[in-house]
Design a protein around this ligand. Sequence first.
Ligand code: ADP
Length: 171
Amino acid sequence: MQGPRPVVLSGPSGAGKSTLLKKLLKEYENVFGFSVSHTTRKPRPGEVNGKALPVPSKGAVQAIQAQNQICVLDIDIQGVKNIKRTELNPIYISVQPPSLDVLEKRLRERQTETEESLRKRLTAACVDLELSKEPGLFDLVIINDDLEKAYSELKEILLEEIKKAQESSKS
Ligand code: ADP
């Protein structure tokens, strides 16, 4: 399969995936594509394990790739394991908070949560962080403490694919 490799962005809700992605989309126009309706809306309270993002089909991902765009997959750890069984060969990135306390603070400040959904998200985050330790599961774990530092780590690992997408949009 030609075209830039897809990228998987995983990690607990509130870790900063949307924030980082928004920065990428702002800096790089037409480089990234989405296979599912990746909305920028805030997750709704209670939308914790009732996953909003189904794992996209292989064909849907490859269609983005065929347009020479980097397909972004924002999926949970189970989704990561499913993708691993395909031949999509994405770059696997986990975005993680510096600590659960910081995660809780950020989720509270985001003002998208009820007490109940907050509690669920924190429990899910614990599980996610634990499962993420599996060796080899991710190519890169980004600890999103300082946003600019996290962003530059993300850009660095994507640089080669970004270049591919930019090259192809020139021709
Ligand atoms: P996710 O998409 O992973 O659920 P968000 O991008 O919505 O997470 O981030 C959760 C909250 O944390 C948002 O309110 C965001 O503005 C804030 N945030 C993200 N990264 C940082 C950071 N490095 N420092 C402080 N706040 C952050």
